[in-house]
Structures are given as structure tokens and as C-alpha cells.
Design a binder for this molecule. Structure first.
Ligand code: ADP
Length: 479
């Protein structure tokens, strides 16, 4: 039996003994099996987290920080081993897998530092002594996606553990092995039994068990807007707090003062990370008319030169799409755009890679895009660059904000006045100005509108796992 679920410090299988296969998306080779657990195992995970909460919350912050630092150190010593596993089950190139381990590590480091500075506050109220205290919410549930299997978990584990919460975790069906490997290292780093619990299996049964359990006080979810909405409806029963990091549809706006070469560098770095399967990667390119043709031709030739293949092979830029449904979605978005008048400048189709699964999509640049196209309104989650031109800033802002999503946006300009205006004018939670990688562990990450709410990163991320308690005292002498 596969015994890779973690409940109360013990590695266990599903009650039924059932398990499911994990396949390398590049080769279709089976690389592991994990328990196919459900509601009952999920409930026992909450029992364990609930039982471990008081003792973990009562530990001095400095001791919890030591555990986080020990885990961060393991992510340094085991970086290559973890990266190899991540590439095997997720498909991304090894260099990106290593960068993901580093990104994950930084959340443990930042949370370890930040939890030491959480203090009570004393607002001044006439005739009273008021203390605003912060305490951990209790048991927190985390549900994570497959695109950054280690980093997404780290973003949720690090702040929760740092402030004294205990957790029940469910990784995505496609990528549970990296999550299990991270939890193994966490346990080796001194995390007490029950503080972290991990269950793999039926997403809706596990999710429902946690929503229906009033001991779970917080849900942190990264994934699709549809599932985020279901969780929000489910959380209504027990009024659990939510952090929802949902779909994105980032615009990238290149203004007339930009250098084309620099704009293309930024586009390449932001767009093709993880083969475009990144919630903050640009999904719509808005290019000023003066630069449009030069930008298109440069982006197309650089895109066409990207190498597809197994992530563990040297020189590979793009891995496979995560599964058949993912590549079908990319294909249908491109077909829809072509039907509605888009022109394919490069790519536009699957790319056969000798000896590998049929799950690679050619880097694609589309021009003459319009707002009615699916690729212009929905997250494509693949290596596709739909492009439109604009003539002035107002038009660009209106086009950029014309989306139900509001996670990230990118702007290429050196106009300081314009940069100052962006925070109010662009309706997204994150704005990268000449910056293809605006997500770092010490700053808030999260969206607005249908991209959800709540923030991960820095002290803002820790606040999501803390509740405020007002202690208002009338002292005997002043009665
Ligand atoms: P994606 O489209 O990126 O795969 P999903 O929202 O489907 O995004 O998946 C993200 C995470 O949500 C995964 O861990 C998945 O198992 C989980 N999930 C999917 N459906 C549900 C559900 N009904 N309840 C709880 N979790 C779910």
C-alpha cells in the first residue's frame, strides 16, 4: 500500500488502500503512486491539526522560527534532488524547478523573520487601556495547484506555521509527489506531529469535509475561479476565513517610449516561464502603434527559437503542458482566435518532439486580436501571445482593465509620471513596471475582482492567519 499521506505525524495510506498514478507529463512514464483518500481521512487530518494547535501556538515565536529556518536550510541542501522530482512530475525545465525551490525557501525565511516582529498594539482611548492582540486563527486548510507545486504550498505553510496555526493540506492530483517530499523535509526539520497534515485524493470530498468542519477556521486556496467560488459558497456554513488566489489574465502594455529589445526581453521572461502555465504571466499584449510591427517581428523570432522538450535535458526552454486537457484548451483558444480573424505570426499548433508525449505546444504569436476572442477574455495557460495595438494611454488602460480578472499586469515605460499614475489606474493586485518577475516573498501577492482576495508574502501574508482581539480594560483607579 502507498503510505504517503501525513496524519498526526504518521505516514499512512487511504483507508480503502486505493491509490492513483502520477505520470511524467513529458514521457507519460509512471513516476509514483499516492493514496486516493477522501472525507474520512480528511476529517482525521483535522483531528490531528486541532489536537496539535494549542501546543504549537503556545511555543515562543522564536522557536517556531527556528523550525522554519531549519526547513529553509533543507531546501538549500536538497535543492537539486527536489528540483529533479519537480521536473519529473510537473515538466518544467530544471533551471526553473531550482528557481522554484529557491522561491519556496524564501517564504520560510521571510516568515521566520516576520513572525518575530508581531506585537500587540495599544491604541489610545480616553479612560481605558486598550490592547489589540493578534492570535493565530487555529486550523488552516490549504489547497494548491499543479503549476508551482512546492512554492504554492510553501506560500501557505510558511506564514501559517510561523504564527502558530496548524494545517491540513491538499496538493493537486497532478503533482502530489513534490508536496510529499516537502512535508518529509518539514518533519525532519522539527515540525511536531499534527502541525502539518497532508491528504491526497478526491478534491471535492476532501474540500467538502474541511468546509463542513467548524474546527477549520481558514481556507487558503490557489487555483481556478470556478473552484474558488465553490469554496466561498461552502465556507458560508462555518464562516471560515478565505484567501483566494484565482485565475489571472495579465495585460502587458508596451508604451511608445520603450525600447523594443527590452520590451521583448521582458515579454519572453514573463510569458514563457513554466510554458505560460503561470497565473501571473501576460495573457494579452497591448503594444503602442509606433512599436507594434517591430515588437511583433522580434517577439515572433525569439519565440520560434525556444526549444521544447523534457525539462531535465540541457538547453530546453519549454516543457510539456501539464495534461491533455491543458493542451486541448490552448489549442481551442488558438483555433477560436484564428476563426475570428487573428493572424498567426509564429506557432499556432502542437509541436511534435521525437519520442515524447503529444503535449507540447509551439510558442505562438497572434496579431489582429479582438476583444471577442477567448484568448482575450479567458486564461489560456499556455505559450500563446495574443497582440493588439493601441494609440494612447487612455485606450491602453481601458483595454487592460476590460477583464473580470485582476491579478497582475505589466508595463514597459520609463515615463515617471505615468508610472506614478499606474497604481490607481490599472486594476490589478500586482503591477510589474519593466519587471518580468514582480512576485517575491517579502511583498504582497494577490488579486482583485475575479482573481480573488487575500495576500501572500511578507507581514501581509502572516496577517491572513491572525485574528485581532481587542482587550479593553477600565482600570480600578479610573472607575
Ligand atoms: P486548475 O484548473 O489550475 O487545475 P483547479 O481549481 O481545478 O485548477 O485546481 C486547483 C486545486 O483545487 C487542486 O488541488 C484541485 O485538486 C483542487 N480542487 C478541484 N476541485 C475542487 C473542489 N471541488 N473542492 C476542493 N478542491 C478542489
Amino acid at each position: 500500500m502507498t503510505e504517503t499521506n501525513l496524519i498526526d505525524g504518521r505516514w499512512v495510506g487511504a483507508d480503502s488502500g486505493a491509490s492513483f498514478e502520477i505520470r511524467d507529463p513529458a514521457t507519460d512514464r509512471v513516476v509514483g503512486r499516492v493514496p486516493n483518500a477522501g472525507a474520512e481521512e480528511a476529517r482525521r487530518a483535522v483531528d490531528a491539526a486541532f489536537g496539535a494547535f494549542s501546543a504549537w501556538a503556545a511555543r515562543p515565536a522564536v522557536e517556531r522560527a527556528e523550525v522554519l529556518d531549519a526547513l529553509a536550510a533543507r531546501l538549500i541542501s536538497d535543492r537539486d534532488e527536489l528540483a529533479a522530482l519537480l521536473t519529473e512530475e510537473q515538466g518544467k525545465p530544471l533551471s526553473e524547478a531550482r528557481a522554484e525551490i529557491d522561491y519556496a525557501r524564501s517564504f520560510f525565511e521571510v516568515s521566520a523573520r516576520t513572525c518575530l516582529s508581531i506585537r500587540d498594539e495599544s491604541p489610545s482611548v480616553p479612560g481605558k487601556k486598550v490592547r489589540v492582540h493578534r492570535r493565530p486563527v487555529g486550523v488552516a486548510a490549504a489547497i494548491t495547484p499543479w503549476n508551482f507545486p512546492i512554492a504554492m504550498l510553501a506560500k501557505k505553510m510558511a506564514p501559517a506555521m510561523a504564527v502558530g496555526c496548524t494545517q491540513v493540506l491538499k496538493p493537486a492530483e497532478q503533482t502530489p509527489l513534490s508536496a510529499i517530499a516537502l512535508l518529509e523535509r518539514a518533519m525532519d526539520s522539527g515540525v511536531p506531529s499534527g502541525v502539518l497534515n497532508l491528504v491526497t485524493g478526491d478534491p471535492s470530498a476532501i474540500g467538502a469535509a474541511w468546509l463542513q468542519d467548524s474546527r477549520v477556521r481558514k481556507f487558503s486556496f490557489t487555483g481556478s475561479t470556478e473552484v474558488g467560488r465553490l469554496l466561498m459558497q461552502g465556507a458560508a456554513t462555518n464562516l471560515q476565513r478565505l484567501s483566494l488566489e484565482l485565475g489571472g489574465h495579465a495585460p502587458m502594455i508596451v508604451f511608445e517610449d520603450a525600447s523594443v529589445e527590452r520590451a521583448v526581453d521582458i515579454a519572453m521572461a514573463a510569458k514563457y516561464r513554466n510554458g505560460g502555465q503561470t497565473c501571473i504571466c501576460p495573457n494579452r499584449f497591448l503594444i503602442h502603434g509606433d512599436l507594434h510591427d517591430r515588437f511583433v517581428s522580434r517577439l515572433a523570432s525569439r519565440s520560434a527559437g525556444l526549444v521544447s522538450g523534457r525539462g531535465d535535458r540541457p538547453g530546453v526552454d519549454l516543457g510539456p503542458m501539464i495534461d491533455d486537457a491543458a493542451i486541448s484548451k490552448v489549442e481551442s483558444h488558438v483555433a477560436d482566435a484564428i476563426d475570428r480573424g487573428a493572424e498567426v505570426v509564429t506557432g499556432g499548433d502542437r509541436r511534435r518532439v521525437e519520442g515524447l508525449a503529444d503535449r507540447f505546444f509551439a510558442p505562438t504569436v497572434l496579431t489582429e486580436c479582438t476583444s471577442g476572442m477567448r484568448c482575450w477574455t479567458e486564461e489560456t495557460c499556455g505559450p500563446v501571445c495574443p497582440i493588439r495595438r493601441f494609440e494612447d494611454e487612455d485606450e491602453a488602460m481601458a483595454m487592460a482593465n476590460d477583464s473580470v480578472f485582476g491579478l497582475a499586469s505589466y508595463v514597459v515605460t520609463d515615463d515617471q509620471e505615468r508610472i506614478r499614475r499606474l497604481g490607481d489606474e490599472l486594476h490589478t493586485g500586482i503591477i510589474g513596471v519593466n519587471d518580468p518577475g514582480p512576485a517575491v516573498a517579502s511583498v504582497p501577492f494577490g488579486g482583485v475582482k475575479h482573481s480573488g482576495f487575500g495576500r501572500e508574502g511578507g507581514r501581509w501574508g502572516l496577517e491572513e492567519y491572525l485574528e485581532l482581539v481587542t482587550v479593553s480594560t477600565i482600570e480600578p483607579t479610573s472607575v
